[in-house]
Design a binder for this molecule. Structure first.
Ligand code: ADP
Ligand code: ASP
Ligand code: MG
Length: 453
């Protein structure tokens, strides 16, 4: 059977949930049981919840926060009234009201405390998925598909790194076997909120923005699904971000490794961690459009994609900062890079691209919060300069490994664009260039025309 993960737009309103119901019905008819369903919060809800949390922590934000809670209540109650008839409706309305009353109580406490801890933020952020999964479970049952709401806080066991928790593999697998598999065996459709988990002590956690894809893959791996389906609002993995390139093409097939590179370097359609559980159990991932379910979508498997176009896709990340670290002490010395990266580690800042010359190292960082502190620490042993408003542009394809002329073409197509760094790492299936943010759209366009049009 399959796992079907539905993103925010795929559960945004009653019409979207009706499409979801038909997609689930089709999968169930084909496989005779299942599927397991994982849903995101309705679109915009997680942003709204995080906005409520930050407003609640300030003295003036309280009334606005409570007003937004009432908007959330109305939106979910309206969904419930539309999708679930009496008498089942009442229980759902109660659940929605209870969750939002809890939210209001938390917000009121925050107004007193004036401080929102990461742990409290997770309790608030998780409510979007807890609500949407309740609504979807009840709507499926009302449509004649027996469904069972599963509390993701019992099914996904994580570390206590709030807002970016890491699932604990053995504990999560065990919990999924104990909770989700019996529902499937009883011919019910388990419905879980994505994005959400809890520590072994039961404290609510979340997996990082966009993390519902990851939940979907974890469930797929945990129950040994034959396929993990990511239902979203585009036809599949596209050759470039449709918000940058007007008409990107659909990528019909790509490898796990390519998908991981594209996701990591900015293809938002897939959360970067999604691939991990799929690779571990060798489960194909398919990306599909919930508004056009008949489309073929994108299939991601272990097979390298060596046929087709020379490149598989482009991805980009804007608003990155380049940090240049220069020291003559680096010349012929060992231990210098260790000292440099130790500083980034100390300030919990991930580095994406690294290039070095004889006496300098350049790195890119997309979380600029700690840059002043990092600069200060590095200045103790090197000259440091930073440049913001930069971007990464990444060209991905398995064929880059064995066909060096493709890399040469990438760089030569960008000849009139000033490139700050160029990097190709050991996997050799990606070439990444760092350029000014202002040049990104143009550079993307040039590459897309060259390789995909
Ligand atoms: P969901 O809510 O279903 O998880 P997301 O908004 O997280 O959806 O991801 C889908 C969006 O990702 C698309 O609407 C598209 O704008 C964006 N996107 C960025 N890069 C790509 C790409 N290479 N292929 C497809 N979509 C992409
Ligand atoms: N609702 C969460 C977010 O907006 C998780 C997800 O949609 O994947 O980040
Ligand atoms: Mg997403």
């Amino acid at each position: 059977m399959v796992v079907q993960k539905f993103g925010g737009t795929s559960v945004a309103d009653p019409a979207a949930v009706r499409r979801l119901i038909e997609i689930v019905r089709t999968a169930r008819a084909r496989d005779g049981r299942g599927p397991a369903v994982v849903v995101s919060a309705m679109s915009g809800v997680t942003d709204l919840l995080l906005g409520i949390a930050s407003a609640a922590g300030s003295s003036s934000g309280m009334s606005g926060a409570l007003e937004r809670i009432e908007q959330l209540r109305e939106r979910h109650l309206a969904m419930a009234r539309d999708l679930v008839p009496e008498p089942e409706r009442d229980a759902l309305l109660d659940e929605i009201n209870t969750t939002l009353n809890q939210l209001a109580a938390v917000v009121q406490a925050l107004a007193v405390l004036r401080e929102v801890s990461p742990r409290t933020l997770d309790v608030i952020a998780a409510m979007g998925e807890l609500l949407s999964s309740r609504v979807v479970a009840a709507a499926l049952t009302a449509a004649g598909i027996p469904a069972e709401w599963v509390d993701a806080r019992r099914a996904i066991v994580t570390t206590a790194d709030h807002m970016r928790a890491t699932p604990l593999a053995a504990e999560t697998a065990q919990a999924l076997r104990a909770i989700v598999v019996p529902a499937l065996d009883a011919k019910r459709v388990p419905v879980l909120g994505g994005f959400v988990g809890a520590t072994v002590h039961g404290n609510t956690t979340t997996l990082g923005r966009g993390g519902s894809d990851y939940s979907g893959a974890l469930v797929g791996a945990g129950i040994g699904a034959r396929e993990i389906q990511i239902w979203t609002d585009v036809d599949g993995m596209l050759t470039a971000d449709p918000r940058v390139i007007r008409q990107p093409r659909l990528v019909p097939k790509l490898s796990f490794a390519e998908a991981a590179e594209l996701a990591y370097f900015g293809a938002k359609v897939l959360h970067p961690s999604t691939i991990l559980p799929a690779v571990e159990r060798n489960i194909p991932v398919r990306i599909l459009n919930s508004m056009r379910p008949e489309g073929p979508g994108t299939l991601i498997t272990a097979e390298p994609s060596l046929d087709g176009t020379p490149l598989t896709g482009l991805a980009s990340k804007g608003n990155v900062v380049v940090v240049d670290i220069t020291s003559t002490r680096m010349l012929m010395a060992y231990g210098f890079l260790r000292r440099v990266f130790e500083v980034f580690e100390r300030f919990s800042t991930a580095v994406d691209v690294v290039t070095t010359s004889e006496v300098s190292v350049s790195v890119t960082v997309d979380d600029a919060k700690a840059i002043p502190a990092i600069t200060e620490a590095l200045s103790e042993f090197a000259e440091v300069s930073t440049e913001s408003d930069m971007a990464l542009l990444c060209a991905v394809g398995d064929r880059l490994r064995d066909e060096p002329e493709i890399a040469a073409r990438v760089v030569s197509v960008l000849e009139e664009v000033p490139l700050r760094m160029i990097s190709q790492a050991a996997s050799r299936r990606n070439i990444t260039v760092v350029l000014r943010q202002a040049d990104l759209a143009h550079a993307m366009q040039r590459l897309h025309e060259e390789f995909f049009q």
